[in-house]
Ligand binder design. Structure first.
Ligand code: 4AD
Ligand code: MG
Length: 479
């Protein structure tokens, strides 16, 4: 039988030269037994026994903990007791094949250093499972839980996959400004950016004198990087922007944030059909990526939050998304025999109950609704030949509703100008946008994917506040 503790000389040099820090995730699948390792992390649980004590360590690298066995003769139980749940520690020891069935490897501790204690009386994250609501109030600590470890690793994976997808396709990543003087969506939901004193604004003829403000004009946080992405696409061909966007809509729903991340590809020489094909391929790529790279996290979330999560994700990969005309969608809804809270009529926007009926009841798979009435969509969408609808596309997902919004863009200068006027937007603010239509205009298209919406779908989290580390919503900017 293998001795539980190797003689001290076995760890040899490690006492003289500090070992490099190992990650728990790598050690759990390591085949190099009897190696000396050093790991740092947070104690999940510990229990002291007569001869041996145990603790579980997690450093955030993965879902599973490293089991640490402590010989009470080497490290006094009083010391280990100070390394209570939540404490940060560094442990050096020997990695061995586990004798227990629960795990493949375990660490036989030789040395334990306590970096930061966590008082058991007051530490909010004791071993018991906490509600998501409670953890939202502990957002400064919730990254240490299994749930948020899994969610935030998935957020990282999806962000990386987004860059990976576009990079391998030759798209150029462009950084679009966060502060802007133009409104892309025209929905009047922008946060103002000003250095003027609110209680004593300089006035000119009874109006705020914006000339005296920092940018010498009204400025806002952007609701979308699209207009700038269009400028870039009409030179670089295929581009995307990916960053935070802001909406001051006062909607306290489980699907809206005041600050969210959006990825917006924009492609010259694409029409609406090309745009839909790219969006469908892109969404499937992101889902496939997480199944391939973060399976343990997804399995954990399936077990604890959404039964059937993996089958749902695989279902989307296997399905061809429906292409559905808005007008056709309205007929389906009207003929459904359903009593909706909001009436369905041609010309009104689809409400989330309508979207969910189409996706979840009628088709049972993702649906791309296209060709919406022009009056409910933004000025930049390409006017169709009927002059009533525009080449818009919304991608609707089960359980989520709208996950992507996009369109082919209006590339004809005269039509674009007319649409700007119709929507009451000041032409002079968009002179640079109009220039791209005057000089070398080309058909182009693009879309915006809300990062948090796809993450809700992939993680099974029902509230958008639980897929972003520090959510911003009406009345909430703590942390
Ligand atoms: O449909 P939206 O408003 O489209 C645009 O902003 C276009 N400029 C995009 C483009 O064509 N480049 O927003 C796009 C997506 C939505 O489908 C949704 O996924 C997400 O952004 N989104 C939100 N996510 C969280 N909170 C909010 N308040 C959101 N508003 C939109
Ligand atoms: Mg939209």
């Amino acid at each position: 039988m293998m001795p539980i503790f190797a003689p001290l000389k076995k760890i040899g040099m490690s006492i003289m030269t500090p070992l490099k820090r190992h990650k728990v995730k790598a050690l759990l699948t390591s085949q190099e037994f009897e190696q000396s390792v050093r790991v740092c992390g947070w104690v999940k649980t510990q229990r002291t026994g007569k001869k041996f004590s145990f603790c579980e360590l997690n450093d955030g690298s993965g879902l599973h903990n490293l089991q640490v066995v402590v010989d009470n003769a080497l490290i006094a139980p009083e010391v280990l007791k100070r390394a209570a749940t939540g404490a940060a520690v560094c442990i050096e020891g020997l990695l061995v094949k586990s004798q227990g069935k629960e795990q493949a490897v375990e660490l036989q501790a030789q040395k334990l250093e306590i970096l930061g204690e966590a008082d058991g009386e007051t530490y909010p994250l004791q071993k018991k499972a906490h509600s998501l609501e409670f953890l939202r109030e502990q957002a400064h600590l919730r990254s240490r839980t299994n749930t948020f470890g899994a969610v935030f690793r998935l957020r990282n994976a999806v962000s990386y996959a987004i860059h990976h997808y576009f990079y391998q396709k030759g798209f150029v990543y462009v950084h679009t400004p966060i502060i802007t003087a133009s409104d892309t969506e025209g929905a009047g939901e922008m946060f103002a950016v000003t250095t003027l004193p609110l209680d004593n604004c300089p006035k000119l003829e009874g109006q705020v004198d914006w000339k005296q403000d920092f940018f010498e004009r009204p400025a806002h946080l952007t609701v979308s990087g699209q207009l700038n992405a269009e400028l870039a696409a009409l030179g670089l061909g295929e581009v995307y922007t990916f960053g935070p966007t802001f909406r001051a809509e006062n909607s306290n729903t489980t699907r809206h944030l005041a600050e969210f991340w959006m990825v917006e590809p924009e492609m010259a020489f694409y029409d609406l059909a090309d745009n839909m094909a790219l969006a469908e391929d892109f969404l499937k790529y992101l889902i496939r990526w997480t199944l391939d790279h973060n399976r343990a996290d997804i399995d954990f979330l399936q077990e604890n939050y959404e039964p059937g999560l993996v089958a749902k994700l695989e279902g989307v990969l296997a399905s061809d998304f429906i292409r559905l005309d808005y007008t056709e969608a309205v007929s389906i809804l009207q003929e459904s025999g359903r009593q909706f809270e909001y009436p369905v009529q041609w010309g009104s926007d689809l409400q989330s109950e309508h979207e969910r009926y189409l996706v979840e009841q009628h088709f049972g798979k993702p649906v791309i609704v296209i060709n919406y009435p022009k009056d409910i969509k933004a000025f930049y969408m390409r006017l169709n030949a009927d002059e009533k609808t525009v080449a818009a596309m919304d991608i609707l997902f089960p359980g989520i509703g709208e996950i992507i919004g996009g369109s082919q863009r209006e590339e004809r200068p005269d039509v674009l100008l007319r649409r700007l006027h119709e929507m009451g937007l000041p032409e002079e603010n968009y002179w640079w946008y109009l220039d791209t239509r005057r000089y070398g205009s080309a058909p182009h298209a693009g879309f915006g994917l809300g990062l948090e919406r796809i993450l809700m779908f992939i993680t099974g989290m029902g509230n958008i506040r639980d897929v972003i580390p520090f959510p911003r919503t009406p009345g909430n900017a703590e942390f």
